[in-house]
Write a protein that binds this ligand. Structure first.
Ligand code: SF4
Length: 212
């Protein structure tokens, strides 16, 4: 149950396992790997259905949900049938623009991470693919681009170019990177977050949400 995963709504969050990125600050390390013991779709939908009176929305996150190429859209369809009237949000790392395009008809809100100008640091996805996904995300009626300020990925000299990539978005969440065990990287000072938020606001025209 979450009050923060869907802006302004009470949501239940469904986590899918495995991810094709290897971000140095990942908070979901166990979900990065494929989980061997799977829950059936029926088990998940039953769980959500029993709590339907408590929630406004269902958030599907990961790991990376769009790795479930053949399962994701049918799952959302079954959710809509069994638990009608709930909003559905999807979180993605943006690696799969083809699936994002198909999701436009089935979900209410999409949130995508913009992690760097150099995706080779943690994935084999190109910045051109990410650019395509960002353009699709901006076409969703409700969307959010999320940027975690991990200094090795988000460099100060890149602030302007990152803001250009976000031009036309309606909402951008700028969040502080949180340390995890085994990573001694110092976070940026809060003044740098404010500086970046100012650049984003000026260039992209989006509403900026700062999460420190
Ligand atoms: S994309 Fe998300 S889940 Fe995947 S490694 Fe990065 S932070 Fe972790």
């Amino acid at each position: 149950m979450s009050l923060v995963d869907y802006p302004g709504k009470v949501a239940l969050t469904v986590f899918t396992s495995s991810c094709n990125f290897n971000c140095a600050y990942c908070q979901n390390k166990t979900l990065k790997r494929q989980v061997i013991e799977e829950l059936s779709e029926e088990t998940v939908i039953d769980y959500l259905d029993r709590r339907r009176a408590l929630i406004d929305a269902i958030v599907i996150t990961g790991g990376e949900p769009t790795l479930r190429v053949g399962e994701l859209i049918p799952f959302i369809g079954h959710l809509r049938e069994r638990i009608p009237g709930k909003l559905v949000k999807l979180d993605t790392n943006g690696w799969n623009p083809a699936l994002l395009a198909r999701l436009m008809e089935c979900i209410d809100f999409v949130a995508m991470d913009l992690k760097s100008l150099d995706y080779s640091l943690f994935s084999d996805v190109s910045i051109e693919t990410i650019r395509k996904s960002l353009d699709l995300v901006k076409a969703f009626r409700e969307h959010e681009i999320r940027i975690t300020l991990y200094p090795p990925y988000i460099k100060r000299e890149d602030f302007g170019e990152l803001a250009e990539l976000c031009r036309g978005a309606s909402r951008i969440a700028v969040q502080q990177y949180r340390r995890i065990d085994g990573n001694d990287q110092e976070p940026y000072k809060s003044g740098i977050l404010e500086e970046f938020s100012g650049v984003l606001s000026r260039i992209s025209g989006a509403q900026i949400v700062l999460r420190e």
